[in-house]
Design a protein around this ligand. Structure first.
Ligand code: HEM
Length: 366
């Protein structure tokens, strides 16, 4: 039987739609008869970013679909990791591209800035889709003159953004996946109890090394002990569900208690083969968040250099608003906070042998 799928040959230009693509850089300065050389760079830079945003969304959507399967297929985990890694690399490139944008000087920008009013990156639908798909909620965001960031979008676009928010973000999907982590309770072994004992041991050791050192005065020792107490109070939230709930209420934490404990277990025992991929996955998510924050800082810095303290074409306070988003619009900060809960390997509770085997690649011919 002949293969019914016929592949026609295609030219590079047709395949990539080059003619259509290259017809899209229409400078407004030329249209009004005052061509500004640098407007071409400004347009191409934004278009390149929008293309990268499209690719990021393509990857994010596929990762979310894989997570939505009730039990994340183990075979898919590697694919999830590869795609998240791709997103990180793209954002890294996006950060570097700001250097190209900065070859535009503030004075040259003024040659055409008025022509783009009131257009602004603030109206980038794809950027908002990325933020929401990752897990930035409406209530986490800075408001736009007291109004929702969505007001700059059409009804149809707003409906799309609402749909993304309601569908469950990557943050929520990862949270649910973490909550399903086995091994927190394995036969007689209770991870949390063993961890609590280890934390107590570690704190006692730290306290006695301060008390016993001959190199500090009594006053300095008292100060160090107090500082130690303050930093150790952070452990409280993972040692008590109630404390953790209080942190969620105050906005200091977002990840559920159960998911936080699971993320802690994965971080502490990351060398165990079964926990290796989950650990890398959490690292990659933290990486994406960090890179996105770096992009926000770099973009804000560039804006300061370009327009100083002027307001943005989109009507925000400009640099001041953007610098605040870098601080406030972090999504996976709970994963960074896990570092405050880590204890040295030497203090890690030993795992029972059968649990050790379950977490490893254990082969037997019997
Ligand atoms: C000369 C270069 C640029 C300047 C002066 C600039 C300026 C600004 C300003 C002032 C804002 C705040 C909103 C407003 O009031 O308009 C903003 C937001 C934004 N810009 Fe730019 N921008 C530049 C280049 C870019 C590029 C190349 C991109 C890539 C797509 C971009 C993407 C964004 C995004 C996504 C936002 C929204 C950020 C948020 O609300 O968290 N900008 N920009």
């Amino acid at each position: 039987m002949q293969d019914s799928r016929k592949y026609t040959t295609i030219h590079y230009h047709q395949y990539l739609g080059i003619d259509e693509l290259l017809a899209l850089q229409n400078t407004r300065s030329a249209a009004v008869g005052k061509p500004a050389h640098d407007e071409m760079l400004f347009i191409i830079m934004h278009q390149v970013y929008e293309l990268w945003f499209k690719q990021i969304l393509h990857e994010l959507d596929s990762v979310c679909t894989m997570f939505r399967e009730q039990r994340v297929n183990v075979d898919n985990m590697n694919m999830v990791l590869l795609r998240l890694k791709r997103i990180s690399e793209i954002i890294e490139l996006m950060v570097k591209q700001i250097y190209v944008m900065e070859t535009l000087t503030p004075l040259d920008f003024l040659d055409f800035r008025d022509y783009l009013f009131p257009a602004s990156g603030f109206q980038s639908m794809q950027f908002r889709m990325i933020e929401s798909t990752l897990g930035l909620r409406e209530e986490d965001r800075l408001t736009y003159h007291g109004k929702s960031y969505k007001i700059v979008f059409s009804d149809e676009q707003q409906a799309r953004l609402n749909e993304i928010e309601e569908n469950g973000s990557l943050f929520e999907l990862v949270e649910q996946w973490l909550e399903r982590t086995p091994f927190l309770q394995f036969k007689e072994f209770d991870f949390l109890t063993a961890y609590k004992e280890a934390v107590d041991r570690m704190i006692r050791k730290e306290q006695s090394s301060i008390r016993d050192t001959p190199f500090l005065t009594e006053k300095m020792k008292a100060m160090r002990l107090k500082m130690l107490g303050d930093s150790n109070s952070y452990f409280k939230h993972v040692l008590s569900e109630e404390e953790h709930e209080k942190m969620i209420e105050s906005g200091e934490a977002r990840l559920s208690y159960q998911a936080t404990i699971a993320a802690l277990l994965i971080n502490l025992y990351r060398e165990k083969p079964i926990l290796n991929i989950p650990f890398n996955l959490l690292m990659e998510l933290a990486n994406i968040d960090e890179l996105l924050t770096t992009w926000r800082y770099r973009h804000a810095q560039m804006v300061m250099r370009m327009i100083g303290n002027k307001i943005g074409t989109g009507g925000s306070s400009g640099h001041d608003y953007l610098a605040k988003t870098a601080e406030k619009h972090k999504i996976f900060k709970d994963l960074h906070n896990i570092s405050s809960l880590l204890i040295p390997r030497s203090e890690l509770p030993d795992l029972p042998e059968d649990l050790n085997q379950s977490l490893g690649f254990y082969y037997t011919t019997h």
